[in-house]
Design a protein around this ligand. Structure first.
Ligand SMILES: [Zn+2]
Length: 323
């Protein structure tokens, strides 16, 4: 039987879902608004899969495996999610088992940033490179892919560099520490330094004002870029990944972000022969605006777990082994 693999990226405002063919190309996609809360999240995921099934004219239960990417703390083994604040899920949610029960398919749940790292590697043709995906959105976090696999670490915290404190006198972070990198290099940090008017995204407003020559905007933008560059440096110095791919909501400003970060990396290396040898400016990339990297990565996470025999349905029903 032909494998049909789906990936569902459940974000705070929208659900993006894709079907991958045997060559890992996207052959169908669906976009829906997210219903918030535990039941809403499960319903949104199930609805996305039903619509995908309709598009390619199969039944929901015909999917070989479904990978789901969600924000928050994910226990990949059990498919449980907690602290998914953006989704209105404060406590624990048995997302994998619940979706699997409703749809009759094996479901694998992965943290959205870690899934997006796999998706970025695939979409940028970097499957063989060690790569970090740096998500610059409401918060700041990285997903690491080494040897073709997502690095989770002992407690799933690998890549949580947004909570490295760089200024003990800095602003209080939502994690309870002071001066975390995330309080300087995130969409939230931009919104605090450059509150936008008229409902425009603060990052877009800031970069437009800076491009138009507003000197205060240039300062705020360059300080922000300096901190993103610090995050890039941190990732390379801890993991020596070949490429750091910038993604997340802030990258919707386009190539201007990459340009500023590259300039910041060049500035930082100008006085350090050590940093200069690492050639950081050449090792940063940005995901194309509007790419389905999160959903593609979720599908790949699902496929990887399915191949290794580690899915919610298999654990709950050892006798049922779909082809
Ligand atoms: Zn923090």
């Amino acid at each position: 039987m032909t494998r049909v693999v789906a990936g569902i990226d459940i974000g705070g405002s929208k659900v993006l879902a894709v079907v991958l063919d045997e060559r890992r190309d996207v052959v169908a996609s669906v976009r829906l608004p997210t219903s918030i809360g535990a039941e809403g999240v499960v319903r949104s995921g199930a609805e996305a899969l039903r619509q995908l099934a309709q598009q390619i004219d199969v039944r929901a239960e015909d999917f070989t495996v479904v990978g789901v990417g969600v924000p928050g703390l994910v226990e990949v083994g059990s498919g449980h999610v907690s602290h998914a604040v953006n989704l209105g899920v404060g406590g624990a949610l048995a997302l994998g088992p619940e979706l699997s029960r409703r749809l009759g398919v094996p479901v694998v749940v992965e943290n959205d940033v870690k899934a997006a790292a796999l998706g970025a590697a695939q979409l940028l043709g970097l499957e063989d490179a060690d790569l970090a995906f740096l998500s610059i959105g409401t918060g700041l976090a990285a997903g690491l892919v080494t040897g073709g696999q997502v690095r989770r670490g002992a407690r799933g915290a690998a890549g949580e560099i947004g909570h490295v404190s760089i200024d003990p006198e800095g602003p209080v972070c939502r994690c309870g520490q002071r001066g975390c990198l995330e309080t300087f290099a995130s969409g939230t940090a931009i919104a605090a330094a450059w509150p936008a008017l008229n409902g425009e995204p603060p990052a877009a407003s800031l970069f437009a004002a800076a491009a138009a020559g507003d000197s205060r905007a240039v300062r705020v933008r360059d300080t922000f870029a300096d901190h993103v560059a610090s995050a890039v440096r941190l990732l390379v110095l801890t993991c020596d990944v070949e490429v750091v791919v910038l993604g997340g909501g802030v990258t919707n400003v386009g190539s201007a972000l990459l340009d500023c970060v590259v300039l910041a990396l060049q500035r930082q290396a100008a006085t350090s022969p050590f940093l200069a040898t690492l050639n950081l400016p050449a090792r940063v990339a940005v995901v194309p605006v509007g790419s389905a990297m999160g959903a593609v990565g979720a599908a790949l996470s699902g496929l990887a777990a399915f191949t290794s025999g580690d899915t919610a349905r298999r654990r709950s029903d050892d006798g049922d082994r779909p082809a």
